[in-house]
Design a binder for this molecule. Structure first.
Ligand code: SF4
Length: 267
């Protein structure tokens, strides 16, 4: 098995990019390519080959080449993690950034790590995922009426993107939000950093927001008006990090309650 990253269009399950997919090398090119994408598949293909943040590109590719000992025989994806799931979702799930040996390895958001195990088990119990586990891009997992995105699409060192990297990546999510806004009824935001990152993106995508950003908390709710004038419920959810799940700060009952609320809102 060769070391990552995976070349576009070489058969990785779910890879929508090809060698001809245009590549963004700067923040300006991210804006141009995101706003110019004609469809969701085209947008996600463009997201998946982006190289606009030199520090993150170097890190994701180094991790993909070196690999963790326990995954040393696997090829890592080593590219940005594009949005994934239902193309016309009623529930959008937003995380901050993929994990170095999770999404950066498997090529799918929240797939192949402990946080993802916890999250997908909850989504499955709530009828939003077809299977209780999500381990690889070809495992047959499917989101049901839901879509998952990362606000920053490349795995950052120490799980911490810089504010500049967050802002550079924002047009990808903004364009995706515009494309799915018509069907959207609720948005679940995993963790306070994603909550902060999402706020300006929502404004850019045409959502009407309250003048003051409400504080993040588990179960915190804000009713927004989407670009199509329909209400969209924003719900905070503690991040299912190992630290949070091991300490009991967040439990399966707590995430189930959030996803059930999101699933049933206006439904
Ligand atoms: S974080 Fe976003 S903008 Fe930066 S390289 Fe990755 S996909 Fe591109």
């Amino acid at each position: 098995m060769v070391a990552g990253p995976v070349a576009p269009g070489t058969g990785w399950p779910g890879d929508l990019a090809t060698a001809a997919t245009p590549v963004a090398h700067s923040a300006e090119q991210v804006r141009e390519l995101a706003s110019g994408a004609a469809s969701l598949p085209e947008l996600t293909a463009r997201q998946s080959v982006c190289r606009a943040c030199p520090r993150l590109v170097a890190w994701r590719e180094e991790v993909a080449a070196v690999r963790r000992k326990s995954f040393a025989t696997e090829q890592y994806w080593g590219r940005p993690i594009a949005g994934w799931g239902d193309p016309a979702p009623s529930v959008l799930i937003v995380g901050l950034a993929p994990a170095a040996h999770g999404g950066n390895r498997t090529g799918r958001v929240f797939t192949g790590d402990r946080s993802g195990d916890f999250l997908f088990a909850s989504l499955y119990r709530c009828g939003l995922a077809a299977h209780p586990a999500s381990v690889s891009a070809d495992d047959g997992q499917r989101l049901i009426g839901a879509r998952m995105v990362a606000a920053v699409k490349c795995a950052p060192p120490e799980n911490k993107p810089t504010p500049g990297e967050r802002d550079t990546c924002a047009p990808w999510l903004e364009a995706e939000l515009r494309m799915v806004a018509g069907s959207l009824r609720s948005i679940v935001v995993l963790g306070g950093f994603a909550w902060q990152a999402l706020w300006p993106v929502l404004a850019g995508a045409g959502f009407a927001l309250p003048r003051r950003r409400p504080a993040f908390g588990h179960g915190a709710e804000v009713e927004l008006t989407g670009p199509g004038e329909a209400p969209v419920l924003l719900i905070g959810c503690y991040h299912p990090s190992q630290q949070n799940t091991f300490t009991g700060r967040v439990t399966g009952e707590m995430t189930d309650a959030v996803f059930t609320r999101a699933r049933d809102y206006r439904g």
